[in-house]
Design a protein around this ligand. Structure first.
Ligand code: DQA
Length: 145
């Protein structure tokens, strides 16, 4: 299976952001861990980081016939981007929403995700492990069909 992983804005700054929420690892460290896990379960992962909303949407549109699943951490766009939500809604493959931090025990404005209604599910609060759990989730989902 081919899996698309999208990291949204400011995730390129991991390691320098608030470590209580996001941990100490850099995005490169996390990407290496994701790739290792993917190898273990025979998945191919293509990993991108985009700062702008339009780039995320373009990549989601391109995913239509290219991937078996998507893992997306849309960063702050999670909370207000109807355009990203619409792009996810088009896809017929499972899209898993992930967050490093638990978006429900932070600021009030982070409690709302406008993308979760069109995602298969959400994994939030496990640090970089959230991405690994998302890979496992897709593995089980693909075994079902
Ligand atoms: C985040 C949570 C968002 O609220 C925040 O804007 C981020 C990262 C997370 O992974 O915990 O940039 O998506």
């Amino acid at each position: 299976p081919n899996i698309l992983v999208i990291h949204g804005p400011n995730l390129n700054m991991l390691g320098k952001r608030n470590q209580n929420f996001y941990g100490s690892r850099s995005l490169e460290d996390i990407n290496n861990i994701i790739e290792r896990k993917a190898n273990e379960i025979d998945f191919n992962v293509d990993i991108y980081q985009f700062s702008s909303e339009g780039d995320i949407i373009t990549k989601l549109n391109e995913a239509f016939n290219e991937y078996d699943g998507v893992i997306i951490n849309a960063g702050a766009y999670t909370h207000y981007s109807i355009a990203i939500r619409d792009a996810i809604e088009i896809l017929k493959i499972p899209v898993i929403e992930v967050h490093l931090s638990n978006i429900y025990n932070r600021d009030e404005f982070r409690k709302k995700s406008v993308i979760s209604p069109v995602c298969k599910g959400q994994i939030s609060g496990f640090g970089y492990v959230s991405y690994l759990l998302a890979l496992e989730a897709i593995k089980y989902l693909l075994q079902e069909d």
